[in-house]
Ligand binder design. Structure first.
Ligand code: FAD
Length: 458
C-alpha cells in the first residue's frame, strides 16, 4: 500500500508544471490567497462578474494539491445542516442557504460540461446509513427540518431500500439525500487551475503569504502585493493569521483505496454511483470510482495543534490501519483484495458546523467547511467574489455570511479538549460497534461539544 501525502486522485489526474513563485513587488485588483477550491472558485466568479479584473492567485504549494485534490469527492449540498441552520437563523434563512447550495452542486456539473473538464461529475443520491443500533434515527432531525421547510430533499429509508442500493451487512436503515454528486476531486481542482490560467488569471505557486495588510495588500517571503481587496482562502491554515486563531479547530480525515474491484461492486448492487456516510460523529464515508475501486474514508483523524500543521494530519499509519480494518467490516467481500493507496489531510472545523464567510475591512475570508467543502466552496466563491467587489445581493445576505461570532477555546485547551473528545468518540463508536453501551465517563466527554454548543465533524 502506498501511503502518501497527496494520494491517488492527484496521481490519476497527472502532474502539473508549477507556476513560478512571486518575487518582488506587484499589484492587482484582487489578490486571492490559497488555490484550493475556494480560492479557485473565487477567482473564477470574480472574472465572471468583471471579465477585465486583474486577479492574482497565490498558493503556498501547488494549487489543488491540498484537501481539494485529495478529498472523498462527495459533492454535497448543505441540507445536512438544515436543522442547525434553522436553529441559528430561522426557517427562511435556512431554506435560502440550502437552496443556494443546491445551485452550487448543479453549478459545478454545468461548469465542468461548459469548460470541457472531465472531473467524473456524476449526480446520484447520498445515503446516510446506520451501522449500529445506536445510530438508527440519527437522520431524524434533518429529515424533520427538510419537511418543515417544505422540501422533499431527504427521505427516511428502511434497511431493504438502503441494502438494495448497496448490500453491506452492516446497513440497518438510513435516509436518502436526493441531490448529491461525486467527482474526481483532483481533476476538478486541477481543471479549475487550468481554465483560470487559460483565461489569463495570474497564478504564483510555492508562494506563502506571511502577512495580510489592513489596506488589502499582502506580503510573502520574497515579495509584496498591493491590492484593492484580499481573499483569504487557506482552509485550516487560517488559524495562523492574526484574528482567526480561535475561529476554527483543525481535525483530520484519512482515506484508503482498493484496487479495482468491479465484481465486488456488482455483487453489492452498488452500481448507482451513491455516496454513503454512516451516522457516527467521526464518520465513515465511501463511494465507488469510475474505474471500479472503492474509496473508504474515516473522519476520525487526530486534532491539529495551533497553527502548526502536524504531518500526522496528512499521513497517519495508525488511523489508516483503523480505516482499513473498518473497510472489510463494511464489505466482507473485500477480504483478500488489495488496498493500494492511503492518504489524508486537515479538516477546518467550524464552531457552528456550517462554513463561514465574511469580511474584516478589505480582507474577505472563508473557512469552516467541516468536511463538506466540495459543493459549498462553489457557493463560497460566489460570495467572496461579491464581497471583494463590494456587490451586495441575495448571496451576500445568506446566513452563512458574517454570522454571529462563535469561537473555540484558546490553545492549549482547544487541542487538549479536542483530543480528549476525539478519544472519547472513538471509544464510544468502538463500544457501539461491538453492541456495548459506552461507559458513563466516555458518554459524558463525547457529549461535551453538543453541550457547549460546538459541533464537531458530522
Ligand atoms: C481526506 C479528506 C476527505 C474529504 N472528503 C470530502 C468530501 O468527500 N466531500 C467534501 O465536500 N469535502 C471533503 N473534504 C473537505 C474538502 O476537501 C475541503 O472542505 C475543501 O477542499 C476546502 O477547500 P479550500 O479551498 O478551503 O482548502 P484547500 O484545498 O486546503 O486549499 C487551501 C490552499 O491554501 C494554500 N495555503 C495555505 N496557507 C497558505 C499561505 N499562507 N499562503 C498561500 N497559500 C496558502 C494551501 O497550499 C492550499 O492549496 C475532505 C477533506 C479531507 C482532508
Amino acid at each position: 500500500m502506498l501511503h502518501t501525502r497527496h494520494g491517488w486522485w492527484l496521481e490519476e489526474a497527472g502532474e502539473v508544471v508549477p507556476e513560478r513563485p512571486l518575487e518582488g513587488d506587484t499589484s492587482a485588483d484582487v489578490v486571492v490567497v490559497g488555490g484550493g477550491y475556494l480560492g479557485l472558485w473565487t477567482a473564477w466568479h470574480l472574472r465572471e462578474l468583471e471579465p477585465s479584473l486583474d486577479v492574482l492567485l497565490l498558493d503556498a504549494e501547488l494549487c489543488g494539491h491540498g484537501p481539494s485534490g485529495r478529498n472523498g469527492g462527495f459533492c454535497e449540498t448543505l441540507w445536512g445542516d438544515a436543522h442547525r441552520l434553522r436553529e441559528q437563523a430561522g426557517d427562511a434563512a435556512a431554506l435560502a442557504v440550502c437552496r443556494a447550495s443546491e445551485e452550487a452542486v448543479r453549478g459545478i456539473g454545468a461548469w465542468c460540461e461548459a469548460n470541457g473538464v472531465d472531473a467524473w461529475f456524476r449526480e446520484a443520491p447520498m445515503l446516510q446509513v446506520a451501522t449500529a443500533e445506536s445510530q438508527i434515527g440519527a437522520w431524524e432531525e434533518t429529515v424533520r427540518a427538510a419537511a418543515a421547510l417544505d422540501a422533499a430533499e431527504i427521505a427516511e429509508a428502511g434497511a431493504d431500500e438502503i441494502r438494495a442500493r448497496c448490500d453491506s451487512p452492516l446497513f440497518l436503515g438510513g435516509a436518502v439525500y436526493r441531490l448529491n454528486a461525486t467527482v474526481q476531486p483532483a481533476r476538478l481542482s486541477l481543471g479549475l487551475r487550468h481554465v483560470l490560467l487559460e483565461r489569463g488569471v495570474r497564478i504564483h505557486e510555492r508562494t506563502q503569504v506571511t502577512e495580510l495588510h489592513p489596506d488589502g495588500g499582502i506580503e510573502t517571503r520574497a515579495g509584496r502585493v498591493r491590492a484593492g481587496a484580499t481573499v483569504l482562502a487557506v482552509n485550516s491554515a487560517a488559524v495562523g493569521f492574526p484574528g482567526y486563531g480561535r475561529s476554527l479547530a483543525v481535525a483530520s480525515s484519512h482515506i484508503v483505496l482498493t484496487e479495482p474491484v468491479p465484481d465486488v461492486i456488482e455483487e453489492l448492487g452498488w452500481t448507482g454511483g451513491e455516496a454513503i456516510v454512516d451516522s457516527r460523529t467521526l464518520v465513515h464515508y465511501m463511494r465507488t470510482t469510475r474505474d471500479g475501486r472503492i474509496v473508504f474514508g474515516w473522519g476520525g483523524g487526530r486534532m491539529g495543534s495551533g497553527a502548526r500543521l502536524s504531518t500526522r494530519l496528512e499521513r497517519d499509519a495508525d488511523v489508516v490501519a483503523r480505516a482499513r480494518g473498518s473497510l472489510t467490516r463494511f464489505f466482507p467481500q473485500l477480504e483478500g483484495r488489495e488496498v493500494t493507496h492511503a492518504w489524508g489531510g486537515p479538516i477546518d472545523v467550524s464552531p457552528t458546523h456550517t462554513p463561514i464567510f465574511g469580511s474584516r475591512g478589505r480582507t474577505h475570508h472563508g473557512f469552516g467547511f467541516t468536511g463538506n467543502g466540495v459543493g459549498p466552496s462553489y457557493l463560497g466563491g460566489q460570495i467572496l467574489a461579491r464581497l471583494a467587489l463590494d456587490r451586495r445581493d441575495e448571496l451576500t445576505a445568506l446566513a452563512i455570511v458574517d454570522p454571529p461570532r462563535k469561537l473555540f477555546p484558546p490553545e492549549p485547551f482547544r487541542y487538549l479538549g479536542g483530543s480528549l473528545i476525539r478519544r472519547a468518540l472513538v471509544a464510544k463508536d468502538a463500544a457501539e460497534d461491538a453492541g456495548r453501551r459506552p461507559g458513563p465517563a466516555t458518554r459524558l466527554v463525547a457529549s461535551l461539544p453538543r453541550r457547549l454548543g460546538l459541533r464537531l465533524p458530522r
